[in-house]
Design a protein around this ligand. Structure first.
Ligand code: AMP
Length: 204
């Protein structure tokens, strides 16, 4: 603990725990069913209600844009990270929240992972799957221990979860490693797993 020059002889400084920040991986498209954007809005609103920060890919479009707009409207701190090239291309869709512009996709991922204390995955495409697999692999290898939860309220991820079970059966993944990819049916359950310190106290 560093010395505080303003502290008196009987003052003890208690380091403040940083507020949790969750990186959300999800589609830059809205998907075929309006339920995906609705889920994203619900998740963003829940972040705001709990005072949990959002880290995202800084696109004002699709499922991504829906999470960010709802989180910002709900009062959550919102941080986007976007590579220069995408930022230039996307000026028309101004990203909500503060935005870091980085040089490459790899820098973007590295910064998002560093800023986040946990990861939520909502419906999306190849970019979403890439980000999920990378953080899950890092957990598997013990390179970080930040929880990963798939928000699977409509069964969107069922085929992927089935494939992971297949990978276990075929001997490429242990059941313990498979269990590192958590699932939740709704935003509140996901946030209880990802940021338990933000849970609202039970009513008495
Ligand atoms: P996807 O799941 O393929 O829609 O990709 C979502 C991820 O890809 C995001 O988290 C971003 O990393 C990136 N991405 C793809 N398109 C865009 C976009 N138009 N604006 C910002 N990021 C994007």
């Amino acid at each position: 603990m560093s010395a505080d020059p303003t502290a008196g002889p009987h003052t003890t400084l208690v380091p403040r725990r940083p507020a949790p920040r969750i990186a959300v991986f999800c589609g830059a498209r809205p998907g075929a069913d309006p339920a995906y954007a609705e889920l994203a809005e619900e998740f963003g609103t829940a972040l705001g209600r709990r005072g949990v920060g959002l880290v995202y890919g800084a696109g004002g479009v699709g499922v991504m844009g829906a999470v960010a707009k709802a989180a910002l409207a709900g009062g959550a701190p919102v941080t986007g990270v976007i590579p220069h090239e995408l930022h230039e291309r996307e000026r028309a869709h101004k990203a909500p929240g503060e935005v870091f512009v980085v040089r490459t996709m790899h820098e973007r991922k590295a910064l998002m992972y560093r800023l986040a204390s946990a990861f939520a995955v909502l419906p999306g495409g190849l970019g979403t799957l890439d980000e999920l697999m990378e953080v899950a692999t890092w957990n598997q290898l013990g390179m970080h221990h930040k929880p990963v939860v798939l928000l699977n309220n409509s069964g969107f991820f069922d085929p992927l979860l089935g494939f992971l079970d297949h990978v276990v059966r075929e001997g490429f993944l242990t059941p313990a490693e498979r269990a590192l990819v958590h699932t939740a049916r709704d935003p509140e359950t996901a946030l209880d797993l990802l940021a338990p310190q933000s849970r609202e106290p039970a009513a008495v």
